[in-house]
Ligand binder design. Sequence first.
Ligand SMILES: CC(C)(COP(=O)(O)OP(=O)(O)OC[C@H]1O[C@@H](n2cnc3c(N)ncnc32)[C@H](O)[C@@H]1OP(=O)(O)O)[C@@H](O)C(=O)NCCC(=O)NCCS
Length: 217
Amino acid sequence: VTSVQSIKRTSIAALESLSGQSDLRTLRLQGVCARTRLQLVLALRHAKRHALRTLLERTTLKQRMDETASYEVRELCETDLEHGFPELLAQLTQTGTLPLSFWRERYRLRQQLPGTYVTLVAVESATKRVTATATLLIEYKFTRSCGQAGHIEDVVVDAAHRRRNLGSRLVRELCARARDQFKCYKVTLDCVEENEAFYAKLGLERKGVQMVRYFRI
Ligand SMILES: CC(C)(COP(=O)(O)OP(=O)(O)OC[C@H]1O[C@@H](n2cnc3c(N)ncnc32)[C@H](O)[C@@H]1OP(=O)(O)O)[C@@H](O)C(=O)NCCC(=O)NCCS
């Protein structure tokens, strides 16, 4: 009879074939004591659970890599304005009805403010459409020894592409840039209650109260 330790190392297929009642009966016939039989059963259960968990984790990881591999993540460029960027933002909030020339002008204005805006997009490789976006705005403060604070804004993933890790990929990258590139001491963002769990998974936590006043302009 193989030792409990080596059984743990046995492949899941072999374990499957060993775990039936008939195998345990065979062991009893072979004179294996009750204590060893019990250890064997527990070891089999543990090994099966462990192997299954590892298999599941690997599959999920691979699935995620496959999913994100079909998108290119990069900074927004002007041509994205004609490839779904305005329509995507319209899934988040009101964007108005201004012609494309206004969007271009706004894009160029932001380009003239270096070190202030980082807008990332995820572009679907097959269609070249913008399917997700998120922006980091850098605030240059007097406080915190003239430090920087990052503000994450306008996070949205196209409805047909949600739950494929795109939102988290963009927010994660913006957080990394805020910390490493701009030396921000924090990043903050406002969100609705339903999205709290999404951001919590990315290491953000609830703090304070958001206040807002809208103006009629
Ligand atoms: C919120 C949003 C950006 C999430 O993007 P996404 O690409 O679908 O999310 P991801 O696939 O990266 O999800 C990452 C994890 O968060 C979870 N998650 C995603 N959205 C969630 C939500 N609303 N509530 C709870 N968990 C959520 C996912 O299940 C996943 O969990 P896992 O790692 O345990 O599997 C997207 O749903 C969206 O665009 N919503 C509409 C616009 C919006 O609300 N924007 C946020 C403004 S603050």
